[in-house]
Design a protein around this ligand. Structure first.
Ligand SMILES: [Fe+2]
Length: 293
């Protein structure tokens, strides 16, 4: 983008020229007075001095008007830059809005309520706060929560809504959604860094997840958080294949998967969050076991 021009430069140039002209005038007068004591030449030197002053005034006027023109151009340039930035932000908001709309349409096919993504976003954001993650990570978690299942657009409805267990071919089809979702998001320049979060939200801490069998810290922290929060929220709400589980049973499942399916540190923090912010009482062996470990 074009940078504003420094309007102080012409003024400095004019001042410099002024001093050079004065020095030349004084030098000429001194030489004429010292060596050529002649009235005609003295008058000539005065005429030269007068011409120099006129030249300076002309130059000063030109530079002053150029400087004013530059100031005007800078102001216009800044205004255009602000307008371009505002339009870009607007475009981004529309783009994200469209993606979220698309994701909610997919949630509806999957019989998941709109509130699922919103709950995920809010809880994952709090988890990121408890882990003191960077503002960039907060942003990735926010978009990742909202768009993590966008790849389900490529999964047939009969699989998404199947009431029973999926057969191996259907399970493979369903598993494509994390990679497909990442590919969709990677094609959006300002969301490209969210793609990894989406791609790996079904990895397992022990490396037995999909699509890349990543393990431990190789899984992005945003995906590890999403995995725990998504599992809990899904377990505690009705699904086509089973009714909602109680929070206590869902907590048991998280503790069961602590260190195998889920990052143990993230599970501990999440249990703490459930106890402190949702008033879910943890059984003593969980509050004194997993949390203390
Ligand atoms: Fe998913």
């Amino acid at each position: 983008m074009k940078r504003p021009i420094r309007t102080g430069a012409p003024a400095k140039f004019a001042a410099y020229n002024f001093f050079v002209l004065i020095a030349l005038g004084l030098g000429a007068t001194y030489i004429l007075d010292r060596y050529i004591r002649n009235a005609v030449l003295l008058n000539l030197s005065l005429a030269v001095g007068a011409v120099l002053i006129v030249l300076y005034l002309v130059q000063f006027t030109i530079v002053k008007s150029a400087s004013a023109e530059l100031t005007r151009e800078n102001r216009d340039l800044r205004k255009s830059t602000d307008e371009v930035v505002a339009s870009y932000e607007k475009l981004k908001a529309h783009y994200v809005g469209t993606l979220i709309f698309l994701d909610r349409t997919i949630d509806a096919r999957d019989e998941v309520s709109d509130a699922h993504s919103d709950r995920l976003k809010s809880i994952a954001h709090k988890m990121a706060g408890r882990l003191a993650l960077s503002p960039d990570a907060h942003r990735r978690i926010a978009y990742g929560s909202q768009l993590h299942d966008i790849g389900k657009i490529g999964v047939p409805e009969r699989i998404l809504q199947k009431p029973g267990d999926l057969d191996p071919a259907e399970a493979t089809e369903m598993r494509r959604h994390s990679r497909l979702g990442a590919e969709i998001i990677r094609s959006v320049p300002f969301l490209a860094d969210i793609a990894d979060v989406i791609e790996h939200h079904h990895e397992r801490f022990d490396g037995a997840g999909y699509p890349d069998n990543l393990a431990g810290d190789d899984i992005p922290i945003e995906s590890r958080i999403l995995s725990v929060v998504d599992a809990f929220d899904t377990m505690t709400h009705d699904r086509p294949y089973r009714p909602a589980l109680s929070p206590e049973i869902a907590v048991d499942k998280l503790v069961e998967g602590r260190g195998s399916q889920f990052d143990p540190g993230v599970v501990d923090l999440f249990l703490l969050y459930l106890a402190e912010e949702q008033g879910i009482n943890l059984p003593p062996e969980e509050s004194g076991g997993a949390l203390a470990a």
